[in-house]
Design a protein around this ligand. Structure first.
Ligand code: UTP
Length: 287
């Protein structure tokens, strides 16, 4: 089945990025000069998906929409100066993608945010990307996952080996396979205590999900904080649909927290010869 739509939920409160998120949506905070949302959209578009559903909060709407609006005076000024490279990158996203905005009135959880895309998605499998998980590589991770999506209706989730310190903060999978880049997932648990963790493989924010997930979310009960979790819904479709985990190889940064954003910015700066030199020269002067 061809996956032609992607859902990108960004309506969370971004409390781990306060106080910046009082005024700026987390996905618009830049990694060097591009907001994290830009990288996520590029990953989707470079994977061949052009229908993108952004789940936003009402307060984010103006700022996020303005990123995709054609700014005539700016374009003319840059064209006159022969300096339109950066704007072209943004134009590329606008011209190659169709973005639908859906407002989540209250941040009732990731599961709830995904459920809002039900009507737009219809009966087909779809991709979900969480921009907090920035994945940088030559080959877009979601594109590789689309290539693995051979069995109709099967869910596919990006996973990564993590250290024991971080396990209690993440969603962790249980698997019947002990090796290989692709693992059969038998269950998953959100933020387990270390002794209860079924593996050291964490769920990272890239998913391909069947449309059955909507019914499963509707049947899920809110968790302790009143949030509707996606993990619970995926768990409930594993027996009927099956679920695979894909251990991706590209660089991953948790840009939902300031230190992850800083590391991603440094990684970006070091991957360009000009900025690399400037950064390294400066670092040598730092005590
Ligand atoms: P997180 O819970 O990890 O991030 O949601 P958050 O809520 O933005 O930030 P913190 O935890 O308060 O610091 C994972 C993804 O799901 C979206 C978030 O925007 C993020 O992209 N999300 C979460 C929603 O769209 N709606 C929600 O109700 C909850």
């Amino acid at each position: 089945m061809v996956v032609s739509k992607a859902v990108i939920p960004v309506a969370g409160l971004g409390t781990r990025f306060l106080p910046a998120t009082l005024a700026v949506p987390k996905v618009m905070i830049p990694i060097l000069n591009y907001p994290s949302l830009h990288y996520c959209l590029e990953e989707v578009i470079d994977s061949g998906i052009t229908n993108i559903i952004l789940i936003i909060s009402e307060s984010q709407r103006e700022v996020i929409e303005s990123y995709f609006i054609h700014h005539d005076p700016l374009v003319s000024a840059l064209t006159d100066k022969g300096n339109i490279d950066l704007l072209e990158k943004v134009e590329k996203i606008k011209s190659r993608a169709q973005i639908e905005y859906i407002v989540q009135e209250q941040p009732l959880g990731l599961g709830h945010a995904i459920l809002l895309a039900k009507e737009s998605i219809g009966d087909n499998s779809f991709a979900v990307l969480l921009p907090d998980d920035l994945i940088l590589g030559n080959n877009p991770t979601i594109k590789i996952m689309l290539g693995l999506h051979s069995i109709e209706g099967e869910a596919i989730i990006a996973i990564k080996k993590v250290g024991s310190k971080t396990i209690p903060n993440l969603g962790i999978i249980d698997t019947s396979d002990s090796q290989g880049q692709i693992r059969q997932i038998t269950g998953m648990i959100e933020k387990p205590a270390l002794p209860d963790a079924p593996s050291d493989l964490a769920i990272i924010g890239r998913y391909i999900l069947p449309a059955d997930i909507f019914k499963a979310i509707e049947n899920s009960r809110p968790g302790a904080l009143g949030e509707i979790q996606l993990t619970d819904a995926i768990n409930s479709i594993i027996p009927t649909r099956g679920c695979k985990g894909f251990i991706f190889e590209a660089h991953h940064f948790d840009v939902g927290v300031p230190m992850g954003m800083l590391k991603a910015s440094i990684h970006k700066a070091l991957s360009d010869e000009e900025t690399k030199k400037e950064l390294k020269d400066w670092l040598e002067t730092v005590e």
